[in-house]
Design a protein around this ligand. Structure first.
Ligand SMILES: [Zn+2]
Length: 395
């Protein structure tokens, strides 16, 4: 599925070329141990082994001293960062904070509230996106709730849940000025199955999530065009050998990209290894599912009326349900590589190219001539040292 480019261009571009030399480059298909990447006018112009790439005269040289350089991270599912709630005005501030975490593009994600509170917030988000604020690229909006299963609510309040209807979609999309890109919903609830074609007609990618769908229901939703699963393993019907569920339908269908939280809390490392073995890194998209308390000290917080407790690297409701993550994409990438043991080439792919593919952004998430100069130089995995977006250095 191809979705139109939105907000993927920046106005500012460096007027002289930049060459990062002696880097461990993660291009997409290969790792170049002693590599050079050159970019100018917002785009990558050359890439290859150090000995083979001719540096342009006047290029500013940055010696990576063997450290990794990857495409910028792309987060499909994020609610907040460092006290900023993305579901409103603070989206502007969040866009400026995310590059410090290696994120160069993201899809701000909503939260379950009564519809009359959601629509004005969508208007605000659309206004912010329209201004193209400095920082990470805001690619569109991800709706998560209230069209969820009461059996798989996560932290959300089921009192506000209702099945997705075809009529709701133009209402939401109008409030968002057409900026909705992803829509997480439970296809087995009410007549939600009939809404899938309407989502697609409105340029929205249908995402199954917070769902108790059986195997047959999930297969039907995929047949109708659902192409992603929200935070795989979490808030969905688990595997059973006589009712293999959404779990198995998503694993078996190669058209489906599954989102994965890798904060060291939501999913056991062995389950992550299983997922990468079965789906491959081009079908697993790392997400943060970060909440506004990500990056804040431990304590009790209230977020849009929800009470949450942050302690020991996790965030929970008072009832003990996991309430999103307090780790961002940089930490997720580190966990995949250092704690789960995923090969860095594949871990990077799942945080860059795969989410770009999930949105139909063909040139993003890889290092090659013509690709946008969205790059991260890592001090070490998890710690970005320098970040460029459209060739502009932001960190
Ligand atoms: Zn979420």
């Amino acid at each position: 599925m191809i979705v139109p480019f939105r907000n993927t261009r920046r106005l500012f571009v460096a007027s002289y070329p930049i060459a990062i030399i002696h880097a461990e480059l993660h291009t997409l298909f290969q790792r170049i141990e002693d590599g050079t990447v050159v970019f100018a006018d917002g785009q990558i112009s050359a890439i290859g082994p150090f000995r083979e790439v001719r540096l342009p005269r006047r290029a500013e040289r940055i010696d990576a001293q063997g450290r990794p350089v990857t495409p910028g991270l792309i987060d499909l599912h994020i609610h907040g960062v460092e006290g900023c709630d993305l579901f409103g005005e603070e989206l502007t501030e969040a866009a400026q904070r995310l590059p410090r975490h290696g994120v160069t593009a993201f899809v701000p994600t909503t939260l379950t509230l009564p519809e009359e509170e959601i629509l004005p917030r969508l208007q605000t988000m659309a206004r912010v996106i329209e201004t193209n604020p400095p920082g990470a690229r805001i690619l569109g909006i991800h709706i998560e709730g209230p069209h969820l299963s009461p059996k798989r609510p996560g932290m959300a309040n089921p009192a506000w849940f209702r099945p997705l209807t075809p009529e709701a979609i133009p209402r939401y999309q109008a409030a968002a000025s057409g900026r909705i890109l992803l829509w997480t919903f439970a296809p087995e609830e009410g007549g939600a199955m009939q809404a899938i074609s309407v989502l697609i007609a409105h340029g929205i990618i249908p995402v199954i999530g917070h769902s108790d769908a059986t195997y047959d229901q999930a297969v039907e939703a995929i047949r109708r065009g659902a192409r992603q699963v929200t935070h795989f393993f979490n808030a969905m019907r688990p595997f059973h050998h006589r009712e293999p569920g959404l779990f198995t339908a998503a694993l078996l269908d190669s058209r489906v990209i599954v989102q994965l939280i890798a904060d060291g809390q939501h999913v056991h490392p062995a389950a992550i290894r299983l997922l990468f073995q079965v789906k491959g890194s081009s079908r697993v998209a790392l997400i943060s599912d970060a909440i506004p308390m990500a990056g804040l000290p431990p304590g009790r917080y209230t977020w849009l009326g929800y009470e949450v407790i942050v302690a020991d690297g996790r965030c929970q409701t008072p009832e003990g349900a996991l309430a999103g993550s307090v780790a961002l994409m940089d930490e997720g990438l580190r966990v995949l590589i250092e704690e789960v043991g995923i090969d860095p080439l594949h871990a990077v792919r799942s945080a860059t190219w795969t989410p770009a593919q999930a949105l139909g952004l063909r040139t993003f998430g890889r290092l090659r001539p013509g690709a946008p100069a969205d790059l991260v130089l890592w001090a070490r995995w998890g710690i970005p040292e320098a970040v460029w977006i459209g060739g502009e250095r932001l960190v």
